[in-house]
Design a protein around this ligand. Structure first.
Ligand SMILES: *Cc1c(COP(=O)(O)O)cnc(C)c1O
Length: 398
């Protein structure tokens, strides 16, 4: 196999997304090959021995590494500006492995409470079973982060913007707090995508993705990724991944690798569509509130503009009439599909209170601001005027 020609580190971002990490076989294929193989063979016994000793480069077993997976990892690392990346089977495998790699019994984690439901399970339910305590805070409140710190705090975890309230965590401030305490900051960067926000540049130590969302962006594959320093990935993360096995399938890695080629085009278009629609929805009859990070009415718009390149592809609405009003809105949409996924080419709509956040108690939902009238829109790649027409009909204007 031959590596990419030229110096990938000097390429501009768009070039990295198309060509980063490419390794061609002796056939000289244009499109990267799919190495759908669980294992690898050796020319002789000596080579096998050297490979296992780590004395010769090459693949051993796809739980440890695979050429298609490695191309995806290198391409994403180059784009993110991280020294190293490892792919995982899903976003949750990435979150779990990242936390397991830096925590042990007796440690303490502080996390922003507005997080993906399964992240909440891992941090508030699973880790405590193994002696890792956690404190959940309002991620927007720096004083709350500070108050929650303990001498044994070893990890800070946050998602920004958060799901579905689009709350913003001040990455630079929380990273400074982590550094001063000798803890590491782990950022779930799914909503922002690597195009809009680079947490490592603000001082985060580890970035995790659900590649299922915008990176695939076409609703096909589950996948995840963990990015950080080469030393962290080699010494702390790789042993966890090798021995517990949340490996990314070569097939999914290949789909995700090819998806990265169009990530910038897709996410830029989705954000343009979302910004346009968010602006049009403000002040409309039947819609009590429009949440979008780059709207001037967003309570943290200045911070959002400081750390994100665009407002993202998600808009959250408060519909008049509570659950009945929200259900009427969902059921009248003809173009938007009702689905709990996001970041897809197809525009999707979710009612968080009865789906993604159903497991929470009403009090917990109230604390997060997830009312019965709340609706989350994931804006896709359709013509923005068709999406606008659909929203007009749903809201009862047409
Ligand atoms: C979807 C999602 C995850 C989990 O990813 P999967 O690929 O579904 O396992 C984690 N965090 C956030 C913010 C997500 O949106």
């Amino acid at each position: 196999m031959t590596q990419d020609k030229g110096n990938a580190a000097q390429w501009r971002p768009a070039t990295r997304l198309v060509r980063g990490g490419t390794r061609r076989s002796h056939f000289g294929e244009t499109s990267e090959a799919l190495y759908l193989s669980s294992g690898f063979v050796y020319e002789n016994a000596e080579t096998a021995e050297a490979r296992f000793l780590g004395e010769s480069d090459g693949f051993v077993y796809s739980r440890f590494g695979n050429p298609s997976v490695a191309m995806f990892e290198q391409r994403l690392a180059l784009f993110e500006g991280a020294e190293a990346c490892r792919g995982t089977a899903s976003g949750m495998a990435a979150v779990t492995a990242a936390l397991l790699s830096i925590l042990k019994a007796g440690d303490h984690v502080v996390a922003a409470r507005a997080m993906f439901g399964s992240c909440n399970y891992v941090i508030a339910v699973l880790l405590p079973r193994f002696g890792v305590e956690s404190t959940l805070v309002d991620g927007r409140d720096l004083a709350a982060w500070r108050r929650a710190m303990r001498p044994n705090t070893r990890a800070l975890f946050a998602e920004t913007p958060s799901n579905p309230m689009l709350e913003i965590v001040d990455l630079r401030a929380v990273a400074t707090l982590a550094r001063e305490a000798g803890a590491r900051l782990v950022i779930d960067n799914v909503f922002a995508t690597p195009l809009l926000q680079r947490p490592l540049e603000f001082g985060a130590d580890i970035v995790v993705y659900s590649a299922t969302k915008h990176i695939d962006g076409q609703g096909r594959c589950l996948g995840g990724a963990i990015l950080g320093s080469a030393q962290y990935v080699m010494d702390e993360l790789t042993p966890i991944l090798r021995n517990t096995g949340p490996s990314l399938s070569p097939f999914n890695a290949w789909v995700l690798l090819k998806s990265l080629e169009t990530l910038e085009l897709r996410v830029t278009r989705m954000c343009d569509n979302a910004a346009t629609l968010a602006g049009r929805l403000v002040g409309r009859r039947g819609i009590e509130r429009v949440l979008y990070p780059f709207l001037d009415s967003h309570s943290q718009v200045a911070l959002a503009r400081r750390q994100m390149g665009a407002g993202g592809s998600i808009i959250t609405l408060e519909i008049e009439g509570g659950k009945a009003g929200a259900f009427r809105f969902l059921n009248r949409l003809r173009l938007f599909d009702i689905s709990n996924n996001l970041g897809d080419a197809k525009s999707l709509v979710t009612h968080p209170a009865t789906t993604t956040h159903q497991r929470l108690t009403p009090a917990e939902r109230a604390e997060l601001g997830i009312t019965d009238g709340l609706v989350r829109l994931s804006i896709g790649l359709e013509d923005v005027d068709d999406l606008g027409d659909d929203l007009n009909v749903a809201q009862g204007d047409a």
